[in-house]
Design a protein around this ligand. Sequence first.
Ligand SMILES: C[S@@+](CC[C@H](N)C(=O)[O-])C[C@H]1O[C@@H](n2cnc3c(N)ncnc32)[C@H](O)[C@@H]1O
Length: 382
Amino acid sequence: MSSQSKSTFFATCAPGLEAVLHKEIADLRFAKVERQVGGVRFDGSDKDMIRANLWLRTAGRVLKRLTRFEAHGSDPLYRGTKDLPWEQYIKKGGTLRVDAQTKDSELDHSHFVEQRIKDAVVDRLTELGFPRPVVVGEEADLRIHAHLYRNRVTISLDSSGSGLRKRGYRVENGRAPLAETLAAGMVLASRWNGKAPMVDPFCGSGTLLIEAALISCNMAPGRYRKAFGFQSWPSFIPKVWNKMLAEARAGECPLGKTRIIGYDKNEGHLRQAQANVDSAGFGDKIQLEVADARTFSPRKGWNAHVITNPPYGIRVGESEDLEPLYSDFAECLRDHAVGSRLTMLTQDTLVDAMDLGPGKQTRLRNGAIECTLYQVDIKELA
Ligand SMILES: C[S@@+](CC[C@H](N)C(=O)[O-])C[C@H]1O[C@@H](n2cnc3c(N)ncnc32)[C@H](O)[C@@H]1O
């Protein structure tokens, strides 16, 4: 991994967050940064790849491309895969996992594609005298990612291992926690400057608060993680990672006077938030209080950034029950938070119930659910 040779990488993200991820990657000054659907590609060295894993807040995974070739059937897929020097990417006795996605291709069963790739890798390794690698789940030493689109195969190594949303600070999940990557994307999209008060009136397990604190303190989102995929590769040099992590930690700054406050009407959820906030190291710095968002009233003159993810209905009929909650919350904002900016993840119908103006609306996917990221400046009624 000391090699400075350049590779092509693809950082994945939730659909709708591509622009935010693109900016993050451009800020890291990687080469040939290009926004695509579901992620951003860039060129860089393996050191850049490590930096991407440590610093990217909105990326789900960082994939290192090994090859691209045409495969109209099973044999070319097998041969193209077997030609790759797998012995360089896995240690003797290492474990393996293959994930494939396929679209508009003759090989249209992802599970079959995974099997053929696994066979090719295992055959190559055993022919070279390696013990047969065991195929495992999430914690595999080598995770291979295959993408087929119109019979074109891209084979990559997953340098992240388990998804980057798993920061390592979460000890309590709550009922419907936001993915950390999505929460960070909301905070970055809000254009919060890291100094103004930041408030989440529906904070649940505290994800938005913690991601905001990490951003404000210039703390790398990967600083808590115990393991990344690239750390199991034979080329991994621990010194390189340790130095990068130490440099990142040296650049952290305290929260200082920045106020980050979470409210929730459910005491149990707040206890979970407190456990997560403590685990992330912000114990007494992030304020948590039991309060109903229908009586939300931030301090006068705060001009806060209200960044939040209220409950929203995903089953037919449910959203109707939530409309009064949204309109009461909107009334509180109009009455007590003029000058604040709202950034909220929800559904369009609920945005309409608030009657705060069109603002800016971006389609965003939260797992399998289509959502809207709604951003609006709270103004006095005309
Ligand atoms: C979708 S969850 C938020 C999840 C959170 N972003 C996280 O990452 O854990 C919505 C939260 O709103 C809270 N809630 C529902 N109605 C509320 C109200 N009227 N006032 C305050 N909180 C409320 C729920 O208790 C729940 O924790």
